[in-house]
Design a protein around this ligand. Structure first.
Ligand SMILES: [Zn+2]
Length: 291
């Protein structure tokens, strides 16, 4: 191991406390897509931008405005004088916390317990973002001259389709064709697993239409809720039965089909619902026979 590499590796190990604190600072700032009721990643990007700028290098910021007028912020920082770059691409948005009553702690006030940090987005994808930022710092501090530049890409909007994140960044001429790219978006507690493929995602919003009537006279209407339940059961049965091929490239190694979100129907308990909405999500293994 050459000296700069040894210094850099040691510096990463010595930064453990700072990395934990930075990760906690990051998690404290919610970064949820407006499509899931949040305000986007801009405030979190501010914090990360000032962290990286503190290392004495320039941070390039790519802000895109989404349909809800929220600023969706992406950050790029690179180090080195080589021709090609080794990138670590992480995402800085998180999924919404869901029902807060089901959390032991405030998801946005991370706590350390038994060598772990509990908070929304610490693993997905905070560990990767903070890990890559401190790897960058270690190379800068060691004045390393790596064979590849080291690039940190902190992307927005990964959880809901990457429209204002990596899809936009790919059009900005940032990545070269000889660059190497790592996308750590997965973690195991011993750090020994590398995920080499990820499924795409398909969301389906299903509508069942019936006829709304007073609950005392259901025979005069058509209960859309009942129709939806029967349909969901059938979709679940057919999809799992038909598309059941395994593909060991993926974790999990099969196509997933999950009923996710039941949207509110009638406000009154006196009504048989005439409309019913449900959202379904599917992660499809590409080797599955689509017929
Ligand atoms: Zn992720």
């Amino acid at each position: 191991m050459d000296n700069a590499k040894a210094v850099a590796v040691e510096a990463v190990a010595a930064s453990e406390r700072k990395m934990v604190d930075s990760l906690k600072d990051m998690v404290k700032i919610p970064a949820i897509s407006p499509l899931s009721g949040g305000k986007g990643e801009s405030a979190r990007a501010d914090m990360l931008e000032s962290l990286i700028s503190g290392f004495g290098i320039k941070v390039r910021r790519y802000d895109y405005v989404d349909d809800s007028k929220a600023k969706r912020s992406n950050l790029i920082a690179t180090y080195g004088g080589a021709k090609s770059t080794l990138w670590v691409i992480s995402h800085i948005d998180t999924v919404a916390p869901g029902d807060l009553a089901l959390w032991d702690h405030d998801p946005f006030d991370p706590v350390e317990k038994d060598g772990k940090i509990y908070g929304r987005g610490t693993t997905d994808d905070g560990q990767s973002a903070i890990g890559s930022i401190y790897a960058l710092k270690a190379l800068i501090d060691a004045k390393a001259q790596p064979r590849y530049n080291f690039g940190v890409c902190l992307a927005a909007d990964e959880e809901v389709g990457s429209e204002y994140g990596i899809k936009r960044l790919l059009k900005e001429n940032i990545f070269g064709k000889d660059d190497l790219i790592l996308v750590p978006d997965f973690g195991t507690s011993d750090g020994m697993s590398i995920e080499i493929a990820e499924k795409g995602v398909l969301w389906l919003r299903i509508t069942a239409v019936g006829k709304q009537v007073h609950a005392s006279t259901p025979d005069l209407g058509v209960n859309a809720y009942r129709a939806m339940i029967r349909l969901l059961y059938e979709i679940d049965r057919v999809l799992h039965g038909k598309y059941n091929a395994k593909n060991p490239l993926f974790s999990s190694d099969y196509s997933t089909f999950e009923m996710i979100k039941h949207e509110a129907n009638v406000e009154s308990t006196y009504l048989v619902p005439g409309q019913e909405f449900h959202i379904w999500t599917a992660g499809y293994c590409p080797n599955t026979d689509r017929r």
